[in-house]
Design a protein around this ligand. Structure first.
Ligand SMILES: Nc1ncnc2c1ncn2[C@@H]1O[C@H](COP(=O)(O)OP(=O)(O)OP(=O)(O)O)[C@@H](O)[C@H]1O
Length: 316
């Protein structure tokens, strides 16, 4: 279990992590989500005692990281796959880690096998692809057979096979009763991997919820309509007691409506439609809406799109 209590980190006048309180529980994969710069890596570094909190507290199975007797047997982490001595072979890298942490040498072959690196164990780590480096980093995290595992953006830069492998590995570790805490900035990826979600934005907690609840609360089905006779269409829809929202770019959206019903209604009143499409909002959209206010740097300068992301749709 990882417990955060008012965890805060300030760099100069930048509040990177702002009073985070939540618990990561065993037996499930907990996704740690937030846009770039939200404070995920800083939080993970504080969990591992690599950064000191400005205030607040974080405990691993009830203890601070620096009070753990054999840290690698309590918590294993992959923070930066490239943070490996490149001149060493994969096997030697793991042997050094094992020996300096009182872990039997025999464990090295086991973890090499688990991550599928046995055949390249003699190769120098500097020649490894990103995917192989990720696997080596994960082998290091698994070395002490810890009850808690933490991975920072483990699927970044991986091919679909690598992503599938990491996803299954995390789920099997959780099924063994371990605590698995994994960060990502992709909601779609987390939806396939995690059972629980912690979402942060600008260092602050935005959601701490089960994935099932998040999906239920955020799966919105709606019909998108576009017509050159917008005003007539609005009259028809309002006349039928249907609520319509403006979605920008001349598009209208009708929550929970049936496309057939709207199409027939428009036809009966001779209103031309240029678009009539049933839609389901994606979890990525729900995540963007949740975090829109807290994104540091907006990729889209278009204010209409920003409003859309923030969920500021107006009824018309
Ligand atoms: N050593 C540091 N000195 C100053 N500012 C820092 C430092 N480390 C992080 N920050 C700032 O703190 C904020 C949080 O950064 P952090 O790397 O924790 O976010 P993140 O959610 O992991 O983002 P990303 O997904 O981009 O890695 C950012 O604004 C970052 O610029």
């Amino acid at each position: 279990m990882i417990e955060l209590e008012g965890l805060t980190k300030r760099y100069g006048d930048k509040l990177a992590v702002d009073g985070l309180t939540f618990t990561v529980r065993p037996g499930t994969v907990t996704g740690f989500l937030g846009p770039n710069g939200a404070g995920k890596s800083t939080t993970m570094r504080m969990i591992l005692g690599l950064d000191h909190p400005t205030s607040g507290d974080v405990r691993i199975d009830g203890r601070h990281y620096d009070r753990l007797r054999d840290p690698l047997t309590a918590i294993g982490a992959l923070l930066d796959a490239k943070a490996v001595h490149g001149g060493r072979s994969a096997r030697n890298h793991l042997l050094c880690l094992a020996q300096s942490n009182g872990i039997p040498d025999g464990r090295v072959e086991e973890v090499l096998d688990t991550v599928g690196l046995t055949s390249v164990a003699r190769k120098k780590a500097k020649g490894f692809s990103l995917g192989m480096s990720q696997r080596l980093g994960i082998a290091g995290a698994l070395l002490g057979d810890p009850r808690i595992l933490m991975f920072d953006e483990p699927v970044n830069g991986l091919d679909p096979e690598g992503i599938h492998w990491i996803r299954s590995l995390m789920q099997s570790l959780a099924a063994q009763g371990r605590t698995v805490f994994v960060s990502s900035h992709l909601m779609s990826e987390m939806a396939l991997t995690a059972e629980h979600l912690v979402v942060i934005g600008q260092g602050r907690l935005l959601a701490d919820t089960s994935m099932a609840d998040f999906i239920e609360q955020n799966s919105r089905s709606y019909v998108r309509v576009r017509s050159p006779q917008r005003e007539q269409l609005l009259d028809v829809l309002h006349g039928a007691g249907i609520t319509v929202v403006e979605a920008g770019g001349g598009l209208l959206e009708i929550d929970g409506g049936k496309a057939e019903h709207i199409g027939e209604l428009a036809a009966r009143h001779h209103v031309v439609l240029h678009e009539l499409s049933p839609r389901q909002s994606s979890l990525e959209e729900a995540f963007m809406r949740l975090t829109a206010e807290s994104v540091e740097y907006h990729a889209h300068a278009d204010p209409a799109e920003r409003e859309w992301a923030a969920g500021w749709k107006t009824e018309v």
